[in-house]
Ligand binder design. Structure first.
Ligand code: MN3
Length: 403
């Protein structure tokens, strides 16, 4: 039998998950072949990646950067053909040669290629949280009509997947009752962020430079703020509800400051199985790539067990987490509203236009103002998202005088 290498497209290869994915794919070169990579505007790194990993295609989304790149190098570097924009993304996500699409583009730009990849029955490895939160129901409905597979690389959800598979259960994203009839509850962990020990009366004095420092994971500014408000954990509750179809009261989060236990599953017999590893994204990425096998050899680092602690989340400190749980229950477009209002609020906070404690207040008010409906296609999702962002900015201008 001839063993055929699986062809992988990495959307967003210059971001942190993208970079880790390329490292894993090149380490597993006896299993995978890099089909394509893409960047928004970091063409400097893209060029480096082209030379190093030699994909068949490389896509540049930003038009000016694409033009500039063509002027410098032409439309082909050795065996790599340079493609442009949405058309290029469409090609590398849905071409019949592609087996696996890693969706690591930040934001809504990822929605169309993910939907293309699902419709063409790819294995989709999803690193993009916001499209699961904002368009999860639509994504699940096209997934149900396809033979595609959706695998999460968010460390907690990937850990849940690993526990479930290791326990002899299957991964059934589309089955509404499967986990309800097999699992008591699932728990994802949260580091607690930088303000877990700060008195809540001090929260109003938190500045953006404090909020972007995450204790255990190395991440971008926006997600670091989301971790500090626990919105990130809230978004992950929504993500978990979508992927594992359990009632909300069976989906928990707990503070575990060391980020070494990533998730726990309690089964009917009272057994709780936990997933532990050093915080290294290459572990969940490699598991998703070789799913359901475990093939990747991690750089051997000794796992340090000392002082693993677990605490309940102090809800009164983290209203964003509470809001997200309500949204997980409400469903429909409430995830979209939460996501958009949060992104705008965090953006304003990062540029010091509003204070830290305004963030949950703004989101809550936007959730009250915008109509809850269902969006069934990409067009209405994008329109709804734009609308919510405008409403959020208007509200911030009215109430906080910022623009
Ligand atoms: Mn996570």
């Amino acid at each position: 039998m001839v063993f055929v290498l699986k062809k992988v497209s990495v959307l967003g290869s210059t971001g942190s998950v993208g970079k880790s994915t390329l490292e894993v794919v090149s380490k597993l070169s006896d299993k995978f072949n890099l089909y394509a990579i893409s960047c928004n505007e970091n063409t400097l790194l893209l060029h480096e990646q082209i030379t190093k990993y030699k994909p068949r295609f490389a896509v540049i989304i930003d038009h000016a950067k694409y033009k500039e790149f063509l002027d410098d190098y032409g439309d082909r570097i050795d065996s790599t053909k340079i493609l442009f924009g949405e058309e290029g993304l469409h090609q590398i996500s849905s071409h019949e040669d592609v087996d696996i699409v890693v969706a690591a583009i930040v934001g809504f730009q990822c929605l169309k290629p993910v939907s293309d990849a699902i419709s063409t029955n790819k294995t989709v490895i999803i690193a993009n949280k916001e499209i699961l939160v904002a368009a999860g129901e639509m994504i699940m409905s096209i997934l149900n009509k396809s033979d595609a597979r959706l695998l999460p690389v968010d460390s907690e959800h990937n850990a849940l997947l690993q526990i479930i598979l290791s326990s002899g259960l299957e991964y059934k994203v589309n089955d509404m009752k499967y986990y309800e009839s097999n699992i008591n509850n699932i728990t994802i962990t949260a580091s607690g962020g930088p303000f877990i020990d700060l008195d809540v009366s001090e929260f109003k004095n938190i500045k953006s430079k404090h909020a972007i420092k995450h204790p255990t994971w190395d991440m971008g500014e926006k997600i670091s703020v989301d971790s500090s408000t626990m919105m990130n954990k809230g978004l992950e509750i929504i993500e978990a509800k979508l992927l594992f179809n359990l009632n909300l009261e069976k989906i928990n989060a707990i503070i575990h400051r060391q980020s070494k236990v990533h998730a726990l599953v309690e089964f009917f017999d009272g057994t709780i199985i936990a997933h532990m590893s050093e915080p290294d994204m290459k572990i969940p990425i490699s598991y998703a790539l070789t799913f359901p096998q475990r093939v990747y050899k991690s750089e051997s680092r000794k796992f340090i067990f000392d002082n693993l602690t677990f605490e309940d989340i102090p809800m009164s400190k983290f209203p964003c987490y509470k809001l997200a749980r309500t949204v997980a229950e409400t469903g429909k477009n409430s995830g979209l509203i939460l996501n958009a209002a949060n992104e705008i609020s965090v953006e304003y906070f990062l540029s010091d236009k509003i204070i830290y404690t305004d963030i949950p207040n703004i989101i809550e008010e936007v959730l009250d103002r915008v109509e809850i409906t269902s969006n069934s296609d990409i067009g209405s999702i994008l329109d709804n998202d734009k609308e919510v962002r405008i409403i959020t900015k208007k509200l911030i201008k009215e109430k906080y005088g910022a623009s």
